[in-house]
Design a protein around this ligand. Structure first.
Ligand code: ZN
Length: 261
């Protein structure tokens, strides 16, 4: 569907969404949650989706140069799409309620995956009620090079499996790469000002170090809990009821190829 066959409302809506991607990208960059050309953002459209270009800095995005994909996932405009395109496409295909997707390389989140997550199904224990309510289950997706289609397939499989259990995912953690989070229809989105802060919480769970003081106040006790391990949380109500406490494992970090979004 091109601009001639789209209604004026759809074109206006797309213009607003383009501006919003740039606003959110700049906001994440200013606050230190993304750096250099790491991270990417996409937004679902009626007939496809918009996604940030490959090697683009989220702090200086140009609305007119965002990559536009059609319903089949083929690029119809803008600069060359992020190499994580397949991942975004699979998430939109697997979760019809997914409205937009944010991926960052948040420092603390990456450090957590290096240290060893709580379990492959939940990277951290149900530490606070808000984590349970606003974020929910965040599984770990095993490491593959950025853009590897295997990641997209594994994330889609996780989404389908969790939806089947009645606990739809809103985020996953890519091993050694960082979080991917998406708000679902009927929930407030990427601004994180409403009922659903999942995308923002998941993306901000670890930042590049320039976080504002309120985040630091939250991060300090959170980090203490993380380091203390799951043992300290055995009395915390688990997301799905009691579960065996598992010590976080530590893993050696192998050398892997440097790649960009
Ligand atoms: Zn990435």
């Amino acid at each position: 569907m091109n601009s001639e066959t789209r209604s004026r409302e759809e074109v206006l809506c797309e213009d607003v969404l383009r501006e919003e991607i740039c606003r959110v990208g700049q906001s994440l960059h200013i606050r230190g949650y993304v750096h250099a050309t790491a991270g990417n953002i996409s937004v679902r459209l009626k007939d496809g989706f918009l996604i940030t270009p490959t090697d683009a800095c989220l702090g200086t995005l140009d609305p007119a140069r965002l990559a536009r994909m059609d319903a089949q996932g083929l690029q119809t405009g803008g600069d060359r799409a992020s190499k994580t395109l397949a991942l975004h496409r699979q998430i939109y295909a697997a979760d019809a309620q997914a409205r937009c997707i944010i991926h960052s390389h948040s420092t603390h989140s990456v450090a957590l995956t290096l240290q060893g997550v709580w379990s492959d199904d939940d990277i951290v224990p149900p530490i606070t009620p808000y984590f349970v309510m606003k974020v929910g289950h965040v599984p770990l997706i095993p490491y593959h090079r950025p853009g590897d289609p295997q990641v997209a397939l594994q994330v889609a499989a996780r989404i389908t499996a969790m939806a089947g259990k009645g606990t739809p995912l809103r985020a996953v953690m890519l091993d050694r790469l960082g979080p991917v989070a998406w708000p679902r229809r009927g929930q407030r989105g990427a601004r994180g000002t409403g009922r659903n802060r999942a995308p923002v919480v998941a993306v901000q769970a670890g930042s590049s170090g320039a976080e504002r003081s309120p985040d630091r106040r939250v991060a300090a006790p959170l980090r203490r809990h993380l380091v203390a391990g799951a043992q300290a949380h055995r009395h915390t109500a688990a997301i799905d009821g009691p579960r065996p406490v598992k010590r976080w494992r530590s893993r050696s970090a192998p050398v892997w190829p440097i790649n960009q979004d």
